[in-house]
Design a protein around this ligand. Structure first.
Ligand code: COA
Length: 385
């Protein structure tokens, strides 16, 4: 934890993304359900999406994206004080995916928790982390959006299975006195629309049973047209609101990074904001909708490609299940990163291998001490007898 003194700014100093190797093209989907490449491309703009291999999980992808972000930031995992993973597809309901990531990274000084706000999760996470840095409670944070949507996609439902993909994106935030960083955020919710996009079963209201499995209630269900209308409106409103909060006008904006759900939604939002296509980042064509991962993946890709330069004003805006929506305005302060010296990169790689050993060692110690305590209790009982 930091020094508890108010800090003035929360800067994005590192970014990274991870897409699993396996690619599923539209043509392959048309072998699974009654659809076509042409329908998917014209209605969504999506050509292909990445899917995890068997055994690859949300935490695995989150760690890959986080490592890249730490590399760009020239940060060691032990410097991270807070880890937030935004996801609707955690490895388990508990422990949190953030704790798994903390362990795999060897981020020994970090607090860690998951955050559920649908596809807006990363914006919520960024806002929470930035404000925790501004409060002075923490000096650095890793904010990750990671999803294995393929695990909750109904591969027999053509209305949804064509939309989603897997992946992860991450940023490192650091507090600092210099101007810029996350200037403002604006978050919203409307739970009355919860059933427009949801996963009905598996929680406390509809626990898992044979019936829920038979009725396929563990898969995403969506009312597409309603979500579409909601999305276009809130993208416009949240962008305007966050710019106003940051003391800026639309004319000051350099790049809009919208949630990558559908190219038609992105274009409609751009039209309503009167932004030219060059000012709106899109990669939905190649990755589909990766929910909470979509904005950090797009942000990282835009930064990697040099589409964001020092001094630029970037707005990230998203919407999703909940219903939720949100936007964050960021004044970019990090110049294009230099690759860390080879020696440092090797040391960091070694550290990650050690983190794995450290984790096993801690389990062993816990196992041994459990034995010790049990022996002690037995011994105590015996001595009383
Ligand atoms: N292939 C072929 N036909 C399909 C299809 C598919 N994959 N999915 C739906 N259809 C059919 C429908 O059955 C319907 O047929 P009908 O007219 O005979 O009933 C027709 O296409 C039109 O369906 P509709 O739902 O009106 O299409 P649409 O233009 O609204 O596009 C979505 C559907 C899902 C692409 C669009 O509504 C959307 O993107 N909504 C937002 C979803 C979203 O972003 N969700 C995530 C939020 S984070």
């Amino acid at each position: 934890m930091g020094g508890d003194s108010l800090s003035s700014h929360a800067h994005v100093i590192g970014w990274g993304k991870y897409l699993p190797q396996r690619v599923l093209k539209n043509g392959e989907l048309s072998e699974l359900v009654d659809t076509s490449d042409e329908w998917i491309r014209t209605r969504t703009g999506i050509r292909e999406r990445h899917l995890v291999e068997d055994g690859e999980t949300t935490a695995d992808m989150a760690v890959q994206a986080a490592r890249q972000a730490l590399e760009v930031a020239h940060f060691n995992p032990t410097q991270v004080e807070l880890i937030i993973v935004a996801t609707v597809t955690p490895d388990h309901l508990f422990p949190s995916t953030a704790c798994l990531v903390q362990d795999m990274l060897g981020a020994t000084r970090a607090a860690a928790f998951d955050l559920s706000a649908g596809c807006t999760g990363f914006i919520y996470g960024l806002s929470v982390a930035a404000n925790m840095l501004l409060s002075g409670a923490y000096r650095s944070a890793l904010v990750i959006g990671a999803e294995t949507l393929s695990s909750i996609t109904d591969w027999t439902d053509r209305a949804t299975c064509v939309l989603f993909g897997d992946g992860a994106g991450a940023v490192v935030l650091q507090s600092g006195e210099n101007e810029g960083g996350v200037l403002a955020s604006s978050l919203g919710s409307d739970g009355s629309g919860g059933d427009l996009l949801w996963l009905p079963a598996g929680g406390s209201r509809i626990p898992t049973s044979q019936r829920t499995l038979d009725e396929r209630l563990h898969f995403i269900q969506m009312k597409g047209r309603e979500v579409f209308r909601f999305a276009v409106k809130v993208m416009h409103d949240a962008t305007c609101e966050v710019l106003e909060k940051a003391g800026h006008a639309l004319g000051d904006l350099t790049l809009l990074i919208p949630h990558q759900a559908n190219q038609r939604i992105i274009e409609a939002a751009a039209r309503s904001l009167d932004l030219s296509p060059e000012m709106v980042y899109s990669n939905v064509e190649w990755y589909g909708n990766t929910s909470a991962a979509s904005i950090p993946i797009a942000l990282s890709e835009a930064a990697e490609k040099g589409r964001i330069q020092t001094g630029d004003l970037v707005v990230c805006v998203g919407f999703g299940a909940g219903l939720t929506w949100g936007a964050a305005a960021i004044r970019w302060t990090r110049p294009q990163p230099m690759l860390a010296p080879l020696r440092r990169r090797i040391v960091r790689r070694l550290y990650y291998s050690l983190a794995r050993i450290r984790s096993r060692f801690r389990r062993l110690i816990r196992w041994l001490s459990a034995f010790g305590i049990k022996d002690g209790l037995n011994g105590g009982r015996r001595s009383k007898e």
